[in-house]
Write a new protein. Sequence first.
Length: 475
Amino acid sequence: MALWGGRFAQGPEESAFVLSRSVHFDWRLAPYDLRSSKAHLAVLKKSGLIAAMDADAIAAALNELSAEVVSGSFIAIDSDEDVHSALERGLNEKIGALGGAIRAGRSRNDQVTTDLRLFSIDHMLEVARLITLLQTAILEKASEYVNDPAPGFTHIQHAQPVSFGHELAKHAHAFARDLDRINDWLARTSVSSLGAGALAGSSLALDPEFTAKNLGFDSTFANSIDAVSDRDYVAEALFIFAMIGNHLSRIGEEWTLWASQEFAWAKIADAYSTGSSIMPQKKNPDMAELARGKSGRLVGNLMSVLTMLKGLPFAYNRDLQEDKEPLFDSIDTLMLVLPAVTGMIATTGFDREKMALAAPGGFSLTTEIADYLAKKKVPFAVAHEAAGRCVAMCESSGRELHQLTDAEFVQVHPQLDGGVREVLTVHGAINSRTTAGGTAPVLVTAQIKAALAANAKTEKEIASKHAAFSEMMSA
């Protein structure tokens, strides 16, 4: 029996049914729908709206159906419209019309958003877990190269020499912010919609607070219309996923550049590379490129949902059916990309000698001249100009900064004596950057240690939340 149709003289035309049908993608909500049905059944039994004996029979059937969904012995069929109708069919096949009693005080409107919140929380926690593994790989790799100098870049031009461990570790801090966003999202999303009905609540003696607690939510809805129409949590999740994708894309871009012949810094493991079907010599950084490419998909899914949501009036609209596929796709995409990028980073080796040789290139030590003068109380604007004149002098004569004579230094500025050569070294420049968050190796080592400790703490917190969620789902 369909979940609606009593007032219709005929069923939907085939093309209308095919357009309306969603079970081919929302079937993955089945475990969460069954769990929310158990919670709803509990409140119907508690309030006396379903006799205890009947409620127990329905509960037993729901447990059987849950096991069959997990095993794959019960699946949706072509005549099912959505996950809700498919599962009610399964329930009715077990206990007949009594299965329909569970629909009292519940609409697909509050049911589906409750299911989607549960699904989203479950999978967001898994994404968070994978990010902590990625962070560990980044930080452990960074720790290997703390004392190795490399050029630092802005505008993809040599800027100042840095600890290469510092360069690598920057990515972990970006993902730490993603984890912070996830944590904030979890708090905002832990709101039960069950009990809101179609949009106006219910005249039946329901207890939304009881249901929310049963499902592990922190609270229940404050406005029944908002409860069924709110998809902020989907849009926000997609933003988080898009931001993670952008951070992965930056890694992909850097690894692709570093693995090129022009850089030749990175040696990506064969297990995370591919070859060419026509050029036998090729070793391509395809995992890095795919991480970069998939970010567009993640951003696109966010744009799709934001565009769908932007003009919906009043309460539930069928447009909201379009919230699921972009969410599912973004989750699936990250589940593919995160482990591959983690493995790629963990197994990449870097050429210390080439990075060190490149570190002073492009006059990257010029700032040391300006700082040298600034320490002598020369106004920095004047010091900056003098340092730039040193570069111009070198370029015109094909020399490096340290090759300028004492007379030439003094010619540029009277306080620029030969002692400046003491700071015109890569290691000296890097070691001098001792302000908080700087690239001095002693600081970078402490930064990595602190980041690893914070990541381990986060990993434990995520595991605890996931365990509590799993326990709730199995209740």
